[in-house]
Design a protein around this ligand. Structure first.
Ligand code: UDX
Length: 443
């Protein structure tokens, strides 16, 4: 019978919740520490403070929920391991802000008994290990990292069935503490790598930066296709037939977002530049992502008659399946439009409240129909499947003009055209009735 542990998980955001719920579903009991009152209040009331499809159902299971005890402080009772899952967001200079991590490590220090492993699951910029050791009390032998590879919308699934487990060790790891970490977080179904902490950081940063490169490339091909009158989906399908390249993670759009990809791309660039390296590739991908979002905003402006009219932004989350709006491309585009004095009405099935808080000036409404009514252009900003199911035939006539710009290649273009819409899409061949005059002014 596998051993059941009593654990402390610090941080009840997307990573902390997936970690706590995943471990509780394996029978471990968890003290879940969260400093934000809104999140803690929701958890204590038996609700998840975020939208995560698989996690909602797991947390609704009384047995799993019963093993999770939410609280504001790290309890004094002994734990078999402490897992730190706080955020390391990007600051205004494109570097990871480690203040939450410092706070969590310093708070955990007095509560950790000798030999108990302290595992950092928060994403670290490569090369931050000295500060981490200092903040955690100086003893690196029981300190480990375990970078998470959880994609939001399927975070619990990724936690329970990972593609790999990476455990980062500091110099002189304690064998007993390491065996607890391997027992707790290891896996029989995928490779488990025990590596140096720098290698672990680079595996994490490097994976996300590589994903971001792939998307930047797909999105650049999309732009090329728009100009040449080709269809990027066909082009990517053809490229993907080469088994060395593959088709995965190449869905084109007008930019990628979220809390990880843009941050890790900039983080790895800055880490390299601090070492005197130029980091041409990762730096170009960040610039390209910014340019793709600006170009998309210009395309929307060009579709408005004399640059005037209201835009309905359907989808505000950074991708479907989450309520997270961090570095959301649709919010960025909405911000650029608002900056040009264009009215934007947003709708999202789950991220409306977060979007309204993140972008003052954006009017967020409760239904897609409300957003579309009176708008001159409808933009598909997030690939929520429900936008496919909308009764476009009935909704079209409520718009000021029936123009749809699909930033996610979600809708059936010919079907939309047959319904009388002027339909344009990212990376699409031919954009019949939309004014495609190039605008030199940046929005
Ligand atoms: C990512 C990684 O996938 C995960 O392994 C990591 O550890 C955390 O960061 P996440 O940010 O949740 O996960 O989302 P992901 O599904 O990777 O999407 C990131 C961005 O890329 C989104 O804006 C998404 O819309 C976009 N994307 C993704 C595309 O535009 N096309 C694709 O084919 C895939």
């Amino acid at each position: 019978m596998p051993r059941k542990y009593h654990l402390t998980v610090v941080g009840a955001g997307y990573v902390g919740l997936a970690t706590a719920i995943g471990l509780a579903s394996r029978g471990h009991s968890i003290d879940l520490v969260e400093v934000r009152n809104d999140r803690l209040g929701a958890l204590q009331a038996g609700q998840l403070p975020i939208h995560e499809p698989g996690m909602d159902a797991a947390f609704a299971n009384p047995e799993i929920r019963g093993r999770i005890r939410p609280g504001a402080l790290i309890p004094d009772e002994p734990s078999d391991a402490v897992l730190i899952c706080v955020g390391t967001p990007m600051d205004e200079n494109g570097r990871s802000d480690l203040r939450q991590l410092q706070g969590a490590l310093e708070a955990a220090r007095p509560h950790i008994r000798a030999g108990v492993p302290l595992v950092i699951r928060s994403t670290l910029p490569a090369g931050s290990s000295e500060s981490i050791v200092r903040w955690s009390g100086g003893d690196s032998s029981r300190l480990f990292t375990n970078p998470e590879f959880l994609a939001q919308g399927r975070a619990l699934e990724d936690f329970l069935a990972p593609s790999r487990v990476v455990i980062g060790t500091f110099p002189g790891p304690d064998a007993q503490a390491l065996s607890v970490v391997e027992d707790l977080l290891g896996s029989d179904t995928c490779p488990v790598m025990v590596v140096s902490v720098i290698e672990a950081d680079l595996i994490k940063n490097g994976s996300n930066a590589y994903l971001a490169l792939k998307l930047s490339y797909a999105n650049e091909l999309a732009v090329l296709c728009e100009e040449l009158g080709a269809d990027v989906i066909t082009v990517i399908d053809g490229i993907g037939l080469d088994p060395r390249l593959g088709r995965g993670y190449m869905r084109p759009s007008f930019g990628f977002g979220g809390s990880c990809l843009p941050k890790d791309l900039r983080s790895i660039t800055n880490v390299g530049r601090d070492l005197g390296l130029e980091m041409h590739v990762t730096s170009a991908a960040s610039d390209a992502n910014d340019a793709h979002q600006r170009r998309f905003a210009r395309r929307i402006v060009a579709a408005l008659e004399s640059g005037k009219g209201r835009v309905a932004m359907l989808g505000l989350a950074f991708k479907a399946g989450t309520d997270d709006v961090r570095s959301s491309p649709s919010l960025r585009v909405a911000e650029l439009l608002l900056g040009r004095g264009i009215e934007v009405v947003g709708y999202d099935p789950h991220a409306g409240m977060n979007a309204a808080a993140a972008l003052p000036g954006l009017r967020v409404v409760a239904t897609a129909a409300e957003a579309l009514q009176g708008s001159s252009v409808a933009v598909i900003g997030t690939e929520w499947p429900e936008f496919r199911q909308l009764d476009w035939r009935a909704l079209g006539p409520t718009m000021a003009s029936q123009v749809v710009i699909d930033g996610r290649r979600l809708l059936d273009g010919p079907a939309m055209t047959a319904l009388g819409f002027s339909y344009a899409a990212v990376g699409a061949a031919g954009v019949p009735q939309i004014n495609r005059t190039k605008q030199s002014a940046r929005p």
